[in-house]
Design a protein around this ligand. Structure first.
Ligand code: ARG
Ligand code: ZN
Ligand code: CA
Length: 270
């Protein structure tokens, strides 16, 4: 079912991109209500409102191409930078219509949650149940076991596990945020997946991310490479290692491209 949903979205996305030159696309900003579920077993994991706000701020900057480090992008890639035109706000009502801060703090007996079984998304497993995925972007913040910064569910997956998960040590840019993943880019990356973006290297050797304006690259990059970094005959400009969908350090990622924007908007439309 998941594969079929994804195939339908791929078909829709390529049609959408083919039709774009003929379309009168809207410049209206899309605002997505967010609920941040904070699952804590100790005080450290119960991160502050200010830390959560620091994360919302950087997410919004990144999605509107208003991040200060945009000036570090090599000039050859500058024309590809996209303002995605999506903003995120903490929800002001819960699913029952009651006033809410959009922050849902829940104590858990679990000292950590494993990656891959979605236990943080179910109250019955020590987590907290999703808020209607048609109305909210659900973000679970918890202690994830292993060295996983975060993970996301792609569009077309089960409705009760939709959303993204980020470890409390890599959320926002103050408090528990830990170098070199301390500028909120894990969430930017995960929301990219949630809106159907693949890793920039296509998860295989010189793979395909289904985006035309991101150069083909051999594999993931880590740390903070120096421009230009060549692979897969992608000279002279080389890898776009400063893209949010690579694996570089937070301080070294600065953009989504126009092609990535088209995929994200197509996913939202469908
Ligand atoms: N490994 C995670 C994923 O593939 C997140 C990587 C985030 N990178 C970062 N620099 N914050 O979804
Ligand atoms: Zn990823
Ligand atoms: Ca590409």
């Amino acid at each position: 079912e998941f594969n079929q949903e994804q195939q339908e979205l791929e078909n829709y996305t390529s049609n959408y991109i083919n039709m774009l030159p003929l379309m009168n696309t809207s410049t209206e900003i899309i605002t997505i209500p967010v609920v941040v579920h904070i699952l804590y077993n100790d005080n450290l994991e119960n991160i502050s409102d200010d830390q959560i706000q620091s994360q919302l701020d950087s997410l919004n900057k990144d999605f509107r191409a208003q991040n200060a480090d945009i000036s570090s992008i090599p000039s050859v890639f500058e024309p590809l930078v996209a303002d995605i035109g999506i903003e995120f706000c903490l929800a002001n009502k819960d699913p029952n219509g009651n006033i809410s801060t959009g922050i849902n703090r829940v104590y858990t007996e679990n000292t950590s949650f494993s990656y891959n079984n979605n236990s943080m998304k179910f109250s019955s497993q020590g987590g907290v149940d999703i808020w209607d995925s048609k109305r909210y972007l659900n973000i679970w913040v918890c202690n994830i076991s292993g060295n996983i910064l975060g993970f996301a569910q792609f569009p077309g997956g089960p409705a009760n596990t939709d959303g993204v998960v980020v470890d409390y040590k890599y959320f926002g840019s103050i408090g528990t945020a830990t170098y070199p993943y301390d500028l909120g880019r894990t969430l930017t990356h995960e929301v990219g997946h949630w809106l159907n973006l693949r890793h920039i290297w296509g998860d295989s050797y010189c793979g395909d991310d289904e985006v035309d304006d991101t150069p083909t690259q051999q594999e993931s990059n880590g740390g903070c490479p120096t421009f230009p970094l060549l692979s897969c005959n992608n000279g002279p400009n080389g890898d776009m290692f400063m893209n949010y969908m690579d694996y570089t350090d937070d301080a070294c990622m600065h953009l989504f491209t126009r092609g990535q924007k088209n995929r994200m908007i197509a996913a939202l439309n469908l």
